[in-house]
Each structure stands twice: as C-alpha cells, then as structure tokens.
Design a protein around this ligand. Sequence first.
Ligand code: NCD
Length: 306
Amino acid sequence: MGSFRGRDIVSITDFTRDELDHILYATDAVEGLAREKPELLKGRTLAILFFEPSTRTRLSFEAAMQKLGGLTLDMSEPRVSAVEKGENLADTVRVVENYADVIVLRHPLEGSACLAAEMVDVPVINAGSGAEEHPTQAMLDLYTIKRELGRIDGLNIALVGDLRYGRTVHSLASALSLYNVKLYLVSPELLRMRHEVVDYAGRRIEVVETESLDDVIPKVEVAYITRIQKERFADPAEYMKVKGSYRISLETVGKMRQGAIIMHPLPRVDEIAYEVDATPHARYFRQVYYGLLTRMALLGLVLGAL
Ligand code: NCD
C-alpha cells in the first residue's frame, strides 16, 4: 500500500482494496481523534474551488477541515473571481497552490481533476468532475455500508436511477467491484450505466442490468437511489421521458428485506417519498454525517497527519 501523504484523489480506480479499507479504518479512528486532538491540522489550509453548485460537499469539506483545526479558503463563486475574466483552470490552480496545502475541486468538465492534479504539487481532491467521477462520495458510501451493516463483502447492492449521468454511481460501482458483492444496476434504458464502468466492474464481480426496481428491491441489502441529473441532459425532451422513473414509497419499503438500508447521495428531488425518512431503512442523513468523517480522514491522510 502506497503512502497517502501528498496523494491526489482523482479517480476511485487509482485505489486498491487495501487502500480503501485503510481509508475506512482511518474514518473510524478520526471520530475520536477529532475530540482528542482538535488541532491536528492546525496551520494547514484547504482551498475550495467549486465551479458547480453544491451544498453538502462544499460544506462538508469546510467543516471537516475546521473540525481538525485547519483553515479554509473558499472560491466557490467563480463569477466574482478571475475565472470570469477568462482565466483557465490550469492557471487558477497554479495560483491557488501558493495559498493552500491541499485543493478540493469541483468542475463541470470530465478530466478536470486529472488536469489540475498534473499542474500542481499540492494534493488535489476531486469533488466531482462533470458526470465522470466523485471518488470521495464513493468512499463515504463504502463507509456508510460498512458502518451500518458491519461488512461490505457478501452483500447484494442495487444502484438505482440515473446511472448514465450520475457521477456518484460511476465511482461507487467501481469501488464496490473490489469487494465481493453482487451489483444490480437499475435504470431506464436511456440512463443505463456507462459501458466502461460496467466493463470495469463486470471483470471482477457479478453485475446485473435491469429496468425493474420491483424485481430487485426484495433481493438487496442496500438500495442506493439517485436523482435524475436534469442539468446534464442536452435535450429537455429526453429528460421528460425519464423524469420520475423510480420512486421509493412506503409500499416499496414494505418489500425490502429486514435490515436492508436505503442510501442517497442527496439532493433528493422526488425519488424517495418523505414518509420513508421515518422508517428504519432510511440512512441518507446518517450518510451525510459519515461523509464529514470520511473527509476528515482523507484530509488527515493526504496532509500526512494521520
Ligand atoms: C451528488 C453530485 O453532486 O454528484 N451530490 C453530492 O455530491 N452529494 C449527487 C447529485 O447531485 O445528484
């Protein structure tokens, strides 16, 4: 296993199973550590460069850094920055690296995080590169499964919804393929999982693609629901065809296995009925808390403090 110090987190496929397990272990440890050593990242600075809307991811990185005593520089308003004047991403990150020890980047272009990581010496953490990847979300998703169900190996897991444009499910499917799981990919035909992800995961584990949520829901221990990514459709008519394809209602929940959990990266639109929140299956708000812990662990690791 390579060292985490100074390491970029660009694609989930850059990580081995041992490394992912180490991140899960560090995430467990960081919860207590934050109480004992709230100054762990004192004197360190995280630059937050977000070129797309975000609430959770931006705030959770900010909170993670501050809970460990670090500072944050937020450039989430590209409209009021030099980016508006036409500065390109490569120049922006080369400037920002002078102010920060680590950069977290969200950008609408695929390949953006990879480019940024090549341009600078400080670690770059990809917080979403277009529809391509969202590796830290996949890490927190793994952590949620492990913490809530006690294991990842041996589980049946369904990824449901927009598997074409959803970056969280691209990273998560690849990550899960390093574990011994059976993966159900549930989507409308139009929103099927990208071929490269199906190929990557299918080389290691059993992958079943289907349109029927009803067939799959009684078979799984984890149902991971996603939002249809409206903003990524080139043609609004295509969006209208798939809008509201799946909805988790109390009736759906009634068909789930005992102890099965429902996850969602959030934000939710209409994929999960609000009544479901009060059932013991709903874990999406706890998932948010685990996201905070996972990002604390990742910052600690890449800054060499853990
Ligand atoms: C996701 C994203 O931005 O890809 N949100 C998140 O990071 N929690 C999912 C989404 O926007 O649907």
